[in-house]
Write a protein that binds this ligand. Structure first.
Ligand code: SF4
Length: 184
């Protein structure tokens, strides 16, 4: 019998998700949650989702797909369209996705939650972990304070996704990040 604690892993994109999935599944009964209404255009969203399905299959993990309502997300970041990456718009974006992840973790009776967002060198791991911890604590869920980019996490993730032939996008996700066109 599998006695591992149940963990919901919010997966933002495949490049980030592959390494975290591989690492966490050894200690946790991991369920993947793809919830990224920030991604634009929809064609790109579908592409990243298809790759997430490949990871789930590769590691034999259950994948839950959240709703894709980009309009709702745009409304949440209104007024912050011109912010730079790591700025206020991104903090709103993390909170938007992590609160939905907390709801899903609660629905699935997961005692633990974390996100792959911290693997990107362009993301503020401290802010992500604080937002996640705050949201999760209100519902008695333990948010795993991770910084997946540590110990060469980003590099390992890139190598692994290349080995598995997975797609790696060249921008974070929203239309505003296309301008910057950096590897997330
Ligand atoms: S740059 Fe990335 S994290 Fe920031 S708002 Fe856009 S999609 Fe969200």
């Amino acid at each position: 019998m599998d006695n591992k604690p149940k963990l919901l892993l919010h997966i933002c994109c495949v490049g980030c998700g592959v390494y975290a999935s591989q690492t966490l599944r050894h200690n946790y009964k991991t369920i993947l949650f793809f919830y990224n209404p920030n991604i634009w255009p929809e064609e790109e969203y579908r592409k990243r989702l298809a790759e997430a399905e490949k990871i789930a299959e590769q590691f034999n993990l259950k994948l839950i797909v959240g709703e894709y309502k980009h309009d709702k997300w745009l409304k949440a970041v209104r007024g912050h369209e011109g912010d730079s990456e790591k700025g206020e718009r991104c903090l709103i974006c993390y909170k938007f996705r992590l609160e939905a992840a907390v709801d899903m973790a609660q629905k699935l009776n997961c005692g633990y939650l974390t996100t792959t967002l911290t693997i990107s060198p362009h993301k503020n791991a401290l802010a992500i972990n604080q937002i996640g911890e705050r949201a999760a604590a209100q519902h008695g869920i333990k948010f795993l304070d991770q910084d997946f980019k540590k110990h060469d996490g980003f590099k390992k993730s890139s190598t692994l996704s290349r080995e598995l032939g997975l797609y790696r996008q060249n921008y974070c996700g929203c239309e505003f990040s296309i301008r910057a066109a950096r590897i997330p």
